[in-house]
Design a binder for this molecule. Structure first.
Ligand code: PLP
Length: 285
């Protein structure tokens, strides 16, 4: 496919980054993953807001008109349903030294890959998943969408080896989030999700769940949640951009609720679908 690198659209095989790039040497770098459906960015503004947060946390001074770049990248890759990966590193210092020069030119890279339209799939075609719970080994700035993903990779691999699809993480007895998703549970008709803090990433999909629940009058609470609450929940879900909300059927091999997709999950999925349809029909949301 065609990728974007530092102002140019080039075939992926021709895109090259220096071995002295600080993204490569230090993980001095942030990223976003943004779904596009039929060529239209989904929650693009929210992703770009989070990107600005990540960049300013790293003190990478970069102001750019992202939408034009990303729309063009998607167009050059045939439009359709793709997820755009956007990465910005502090740049190439020409040598390996942790201290950085404030006037470096950031490296900007974006590519896209096909995704399935989870909204077109319909609830019957969405499979529930299994998860494990494991120790959160990450640092204390998980609100930054940074490329240092080693802890996430380790727990996701641990999940895979246990026959599960996602790893939920727990720190000091409090559940944080998934290796690549946010966490929700339902108890007695109330949706619960971990509070926003520097221990979790503020997911754009998490934010949409909150918005849609509020509009629909479904009670939702942000709270500290324990492992016991998780196992005793009526429903557990995870959320992320490319997966929307997915029902969790098993945690550490133990069945959640009735062991199927719960009624509130179905309701939320339908709210997501309606939101998506309105967006696709050109409504300003
Ligand atoms: N938490 C982590 C650690 C993630 O990597 C992701 C990314 O998918 C999310 C949460 C969900 O964020 P979003 O809904 O913006 O995709």
């Amino acid at each position: 496919g065609i990728v974007y690198l530092n102002g140019e659209f080039v075939p992926a095989s021709e895109a090259k980054v220096s071995v002295f790039d600080r993204g490569f040497l230090f993980g001095d770098s942030v990223y976003e993953v943004i779904p596009f459906y039929r060529g239209v960015g989904f929650r693009l503004e929210q992703h770009l807001k989070r990107l600005r947060h990540s960049l300013s946390a790293l003190r990478i001074p970069l102001e750019k008109e992202w939408q034009g770049v990303l729309d063009e990248l998607v167009r050059r890759n045939g439009g359709g349903n793709v997820s755009v990966y956007l990465q910005i590193t502090r740049g190439n210092a020409g040598r390996r030294t942790p201290v950085y020069d404030e006037h470096m030119t950031p490296t900007v890279f974006a590519c896209c890959s096909p995704i399935r339209d989870i909204y077109a799939a319909g609830a019957d075609n969405i499979a529930g998943i299994r998860v494990i719970v494991t120790t959160d080994l990450r640092w204390h700035r998980c609100d930054i969408k940074a490329n240092g993903l080693l802890p996430n990779i380790l727990v996701l691999q641990q999940a895979r080896e246990a026959g599960a699809d996602e790893a939920l993480m727990i720190r000091d007895g409090v559940l944080t989030e998934g290796g690549s998703s946010n966490l929700f549970m339902v108890s007695n008709g109330v949706i619960y999700t971990p509070r926003l803090s520097s221990e979790i990433l503020g997911g754009t999909t998490r934010e949409l769940v909150l918005e849609l629940a509020r509009e629909a009058g479904i009670p939702l609470q942000e709270a500290d949640l324990s492992y016991e609450q998780l196992l005793g929940a009526d429903e557990v879900w995870i959320s992320s951009s490319t997966r929307a909300v997915l029902p969790v059927l098993e945690v550490d091999g133990q069945q959640i609720g009735e062991g199927g997709k719960g009624p509130l999950w179905l309701r939320m999925y339908e709210l997501f679908r309606q939101f998506h349809q309105r967006l696709m029909s050109g409504e300003e949301l």
